[in-house]
Design a protein around this ligand. Sequence first.
Ligand SMILES: Cc1ncc(COP(=O)(O)O)c(C=O)c1O
Length: 388
Amino acid sequence: MVQLSNLINSLPPFHFADAKKRIEEKQAQGVDVVDLSVGDPDLPAPASVIERLCETAHQPINHRYPEYRGMHAFHDAVVSWFQRRFGVALEPERETLALIGSKEGLVYAASCVLNAGDIALTPDPYYPVYVSAATTIGAQPYMLPLREENRYLMDLDSIPANVLAKARLLWLNYPNNPTAAVADLDYFASVVEFAKRHQLVIVHDMAYAETYYDDFRPPSLLQVPGAMDVAVELHSLSKTYNMPGFRVGMLVGNATLVDAVARLKSNIDSGIFRPVQYAAIEALNLPEAWTIERNAVYKRRRDLLVEGCNTLGMRAVAPLAGLYIWARIPAGYTSREFSNWLFDRIGVFITPGSNFGPAGEGYVRISLTTPDERIAEALRRIRELMAA
Ligand SMILES: Cc1ncc(COP(=O)(O)O)c(C=O)c1O
């Protein structure tokens, strides 16, 4: 008999792994499922990125172990991208680190900051990894509800003094998953000031930095003067360049924490296949026009869904960034009941807001990573079901 550890017994199954299984079971029954749940870009990675991946994969030098912290050329590409996009100067070797996707960076950053018994200030609703990253090391999340009336910004002044005394880390995530809310530099400046006052480390998850609409450009927390004293930021090639399967991202910011994460990682993994890093460099050097063109596709889907939801009485606001519509559910259901009802009756899969924390109750999250005609099909099925 295999006895499992307290750590693994404390972890719930990852929601989206579970969701994939449910969808496969439904498809095996012959149902044509419309999956609007996961934020898994359906558009292809840029052609030049794939070419670079293939070309460098043919070179035997790249079959050897890669550099632990990432190639110098990768760091340089991150630095130029950051300068171009945010006007922030980073030191390539000290303030950037290559990651196997940003998800692992969240876990490692938390492990480098938190001890058992500490508190991690956590937005609610939240990306589930913020909570598992804290609880697996015996730290506790303290939830800060993101409310529509506060534009889904955390109210830091509401935190009791006894919580603040034990808090070490503050998770920040704008553009936000799941609410698609955005924050401006004034808000970021107030968060940095708060973190300094209470000796907190900020981990800003910017996985959705480059899915933006209209004239909006999400700012980096590191644009706030002095932010680098207390903060790191996570970026990812996944949503940014349609490369979720490549597994590549980066941690940037505070050199002490970047170095700590590099130390922890070098004890656990052995870096990223160099051709994947070459592919990422190619992507980071693409002109902004590529991003704008790609985002036009998401914007069309966004508008289709927002209009469709509002027509169905599921109030939704068009987000300025992110990959999701955060819509109100009709009265008389919990989020989970509503989501299950759609899935069981018409094979449309959307994520209950409550999967992201108690403050997500009353909402559903709908992903933009499905083509227009499938979105139209989902809306048609929902309309018919509701009418019946
Ligand atoms: C808020 C947020 N952060 C981080 C990630 C992880 O992205 P990746 O590991 O692909 O970079 C995701 C993925 O969905 C996300 O939604």
